[in-house]
Design a protein around this ligand. Structure first.
Ligand code: NAD
Length: 280
């Protein structure tokens, strides 16, 4: 039987409905999400468009600022400083990639942790070790939402995360650890990747290599979350998981596009409303 598709668009729509209710409860005062970008990157433009659409739908005002090419780190940090001081700005979002010479960690650290809706300020990143934070990193939170949507029992489940980046791999591993999953993290130094993936009840792949995970290294019935976004040979967007072979083996599988991506945007909106005081 082919894998059940974990439809991220549908889940994101359901989450946005809940968010609309939470937004209404916060009253009429504006809630603003500011997107900062240095220059104008075509890849970021797609994200900004999706983010703006989701924000409008939920009732968040999105302010898109493209700083001139040539803006340096100190200037970007100063811009963030002024946004930190504006009370109607609930969230600050920095589009990537940043130009060479601007350190993303310095930039992220300049954001008031209460306005860090990407959940990447060291304070928010650190607090993830204690418990599920108020403002978790959006993609990791999205992967978790998709897993929870299956209704699978995470306690004691063998979970393998492939990829150990700061924004996806590490935080998702810790979020699932909080749910008492037995978590293994694989990465570029892992010797026998298939030995790990083949015993995963839950497999999260966040690497950035098209076709890294084929169906032959997936456990039958597993829940597979494909975080990867890659340009396929024919120019189309594909994930890290070979969809055709994996869907013949897995129990659940996220498509790319239409899986983790839309839920990530919904998590950004959830974080923005949380930053504005919503209990959602
Ligand atoms: P990254 O480059 O920071 O990290 C890549 C990770 O893959 C590293 O931990 C590395 O050790 C590991 N890796 C590399 N080669 C490997 C191999 N052969 N076997 C096992 N592990 C290997 O990437 P990232 O920022 O975490 O992004 C990963 C992917 O997720 C990218 O395709 C990115 O575009 C995508 N992404 C998607 C979303 C979304 O919303 N859907 C958000 C963020 C990132």
């Amino acid at each position: 039987m082919p894998a059940q598709l974990l439809d991220g668009k549908l889940l994101a729509e359901r989450i946005r409905q809940e968010l609309r209710t939470a937004r209404t409860a916060l009253g009429k005062a504006p809630i603003r999400l500011v997107s900062l970008e240095v220059g104008q990157n075509p890849a970021a433009a797609v994200y900004v468009r999706n983010q703006t659409r989701a924000a409008t739908e939920v009732g968040i005002e999105m302010e898109v600022t493209n700083l001139p090419i040539g803006t340096n780190e100190a200037e970007l940090v100063a811009t963030i400083g002024s946004l930190n001081g504006r009370p109607e700005v609930a969230g600050i979002l920095v589009q990537r990639p940043l130009p060479p010479g601007i350190d993303p960690r310095v930039v992220q650290s300049a954001i008031d942790p209460h306005k860090d809706v990407e959940g990447m300020h060291p304070t928010n990143m650190g607090s993830i070790l204690y418990r599920e934070p108020l403002l978790p990193p959006c993609t990791a939170a999205a992967a978790q939402q998709l897993i929870l949507a299956t209704g699978l029992d995470l306690r004691g489940a063998e979970t393998v995360v492939v990829g150990h980046s700061e924004i996806v791999g590490k935080p998702i591993a810790i979020l699932l650890l909080h749910r008492l999953s037995t978590v293994t993290v694989c990465h570029v130094g892992t010797k026998h990747l298939a030995d790990h993936t083949r015993r995963a009840d839950i497999l999260v792949v966040a690497v950035g290599k098209a076709g890294l995970v084929h169906g032959d290294i997936v456990k039958p019935g597993a829940c597979v979350i494909d975080v990867g976004i890659n340009q396929g040979a024919d120019g189309r967007i594909v994930g890290d998981v070979d969809f055709a072979s994996a869907s013949a083996v897995a129990g659940y599988l996220t498509p790319v596009p239409g899986g983790v991506g839309p839920v990530t945007v919904a998590m950004l909106m959830r974080n923005t409303l949380r930053a504005a005081g919503a209990r959602v």
